[in-house]
Structures are given as C-alpha cells and as structure tokens.
Write a protein that binds this ligand. Structure first.
Ligand code: SF4
Length: 347
C-alpha cells in the first residue's frame, strides 16, 4: 500500500485531510497541506472547494518568458532598489512566488517584505525552522529595505497595476510590525504620491500601538493570521514572545474603527476548526476585532506534529465538516465573506 495526498493550488481549501498512519521513526513531513485524494471516473479528485473566484494566482496565467522579461524590466527601472532586487532574484527566480511574479508582470497584488526578525516562533513557519529536518520554503530576506525603497516600488505598482494592492508581511520574512517606524514612513510617502489602490498588512497583529500609527499614516487593510481563536491553542502554535491574544483583537479593532478592512488568515484544520468550541471562539473574534473577511487557508504542516503540539488527542475525532462550518458562519455572520486573497479595492 502507498500513502497518497495532494497539495492544493491557491484559492482552494481542503475539506478533508488524507488518512494517515505513523510508522515509528518516520521523519517530520515538509511544510505542505496533505489533502485527501480520491479516484472517480478515471481521474484523481480531491475533497476541496474553490473558496475565491479571483484568478490572481492561477498557474495558467503565468508565462515563464513574460515573467523573465518583466523581471529584467523591473531591475532596469529600479537599479538601486534592494527590495526590488530581492523580489526578482529570490522571490521570482528562486521561490516562484506568485505575488512577486505578479509584481514584475505589473498586475494585482504586489509583495512588500521588510522584516528579517519575528516576535513569534510558529511551529509551521515557512521562513524559519530550527535545524534542518524540515526545509523552509522561503528563507527570510537579508536586507532591511528603507522607506524610500518601499515607497518607490509601491507607488509604481499602485499607479500602474489593475486592481492594485501592496502588502507588507510575506512568506519570506518575519513580522513587519517589528519595523513599524519604517512602515509608517513608507506609508506616508506612498500616500503623499498616490491615493490609488489598497495598502495592506499581513501580520501576527502583535502590536496594536504600531497598527494605530500605521492606520493614521494611511493603512487600508489588515490580515491577521491565526490557527485558532482560542488563546491556548493559538499560543501553543505561535509561541508568542512579548504579546498576548488580546493584542490581535485590539489591532483588528484599530483598523475596523478607522473604516479599514479586517481579514482573518484562518488556518483550517478539519477536526479543530469545525468544532463547536472553535466556532464559538471565532464568533467572539469576529465581533470583537471587526472581521469582515475570512481567508480560508490550509495549514501547511505535518498533521501529527500539529496534533501533538496543540495537545489534542492523537486519534482526533472528526469535526462537523468544513462545508457545514461555512454554512454556520454564513447564517450567524451574514456580513462576513469568505475568500482566499486580500480583497482588491473594487471588491
Ligand atoms: S508570525 Fe510569521 S514569520 Fe513569525 S514565526 Fe509565525 S509564521 Fe514565521
């Protein structure tokens, strides 16, 4: 017998994980989501939903030749910009990051990584893992871009791209709020030069005081990452240093009260997400933090490691189902919408 699982493309959320049995001495699996796979009418199928109709990361829309031409154009346009150089040389050419590729193609959402450091220690961090048992998929950037470098590329993108968004907080960095002063200055520079598009922050939302300052400078939207809305499960996964779960709520509220958009980057895990206790906690978070969008992200982690880290029973009971969970959220919170990506200005 051979084990099988599927890794889903962006915009799709798994409803069930693959069944598994741990063999003694087996290594920790790499940082992917292990969706179940089936066979129907002569082809493989997965139990998953497309949760966002936006095509911004659909693989068929990326042409390798156009990407390379775009990369060369960006290097020529911004010859002294270290952020652009990082995006081209590492993110586009080495990590094949769809957001960086969209930047060089001049469309949609562009990434603004800025921070090599973090104040959390997530078990499934994509940019830092202790030791070499689990490979990181996007090592952290080594430069610390200045406000002028950030603003230079962000203004160009916001002024030229269709449905433009620029987002701090990327897979290849730590926590952007640790560079709050630089982000604040960059946002002021951007908004002094263009009103177009959305300035978004993907974050662990650990510093509400800094979020307040960024909102005053012109931040439009925030995406707060959580694996669970229950502090005890959040803390066992994020292992926060110097902040508490309530700081996430206060950060969201700071953006919502200023009229901005608050998204939850919610790591789905069947058996945890779709339980009554987690649903209650999510509801409290939606109300308290002003959440308008739930981005249904797959948790990219060895499921055994996750269950063990959170202190859940090793034979985790099934939840009531992710599709039923969506229906319950819709009924209880009709103004909250589901998605996968940060909403564009027109959405
Ligand atoms: S908050 Fe982000 S960068 Fe920091 S440890 Fe967690 S996943 Fe990694």
């Amino acid at each position: 017998m051979t084990a099988a699982a599927a890794f889903l493309p962006p915009a799709h959320t798994a409803l069930f994980l693959s069944a598994w049995e741990r063999v003694p001495g087996s290594p920790v699996l790499p940082l992917y989501c292990y969706s179940a796979v089936g066979w129907r009418e002569g082809t493989f199928v997965v139990p998953a939903l497309r949760v966002d109709p936006d095509v911004r990361q659909d693989v068929v829309l990326f042409d390798e030749q156009e990407i390379e031409q775009g990369a060369e154009r960006m290097l020529a346009r911004f010859p002294d910009n270290r952020l652009v150089r990082h995006l081209v040389e590492n993110c586009v050419r080495s990590y094949c990051c769809p957001a960086a590729r969209n930047f060089v193609l001049g469309r949609w959402e562009a990434p603004l990584p800025t921070s090599p450091a973090c104040n959390a220690d997530c078990v499934g961090c994509l940019s830092y893992q202790p030791g070499d048992e689990v490979p990181v998929t996007q090592p952290r950037l080594t430069v610390r871009p200045g406000a002028d470098e950030i603003a230079e590329m962000a203004v160009w993108h916001l002024d030229h791209a269709p449905r433009p968004i620029v987002s701090f907080g990327q897979g290849c960095e730590g926590e952007p709020l640790l560079r709050g002063d630089v982000l604040e200055e960059a946002i002021r520079l951007i908004r002094a030069r263009t009103r177009r598009g959305t300035i978004n922050l993907n974050t662990n939302a650990s510093r509400p005081d800094v979020v307040h300052r960024l909102v005053d400078a012109g931040l439009d939207a925030i995406r707060i990452s959580v694996n669970s809305c229950r502090p005890e499960f959040y803390e066992r996964y994020y292992r926060p240093r110097g902040y508490a779960f309530d700081d996430l709520v206060r950060s969201g509220r700071a953006v919502a009260e200023a009229g901005g958009t608050v998204s939850l980057n919610y790591f789905m895990f069947p058996g945890l997400t779709d339980t009554d206790e987690e649903f209650e906690a999510l509801g409290a978070m939606i109300d308290a933090a002003g959440v308008a969008v739930i981005q249904m992200r797959n948790l990219n982690l060895d499921p055994d490691l996750y269950v063990e880290q959170l202190g859940l029973p090793s034979s985790l009971a099934p939840g009531f189902g992710i599709d039923r969970w969506m229906r319950r959220v819709r009924r209880a919170f009709p103004r909250v919408r589901f998605g996968y990506f940060n909403p564009a200005p027109e959405d």
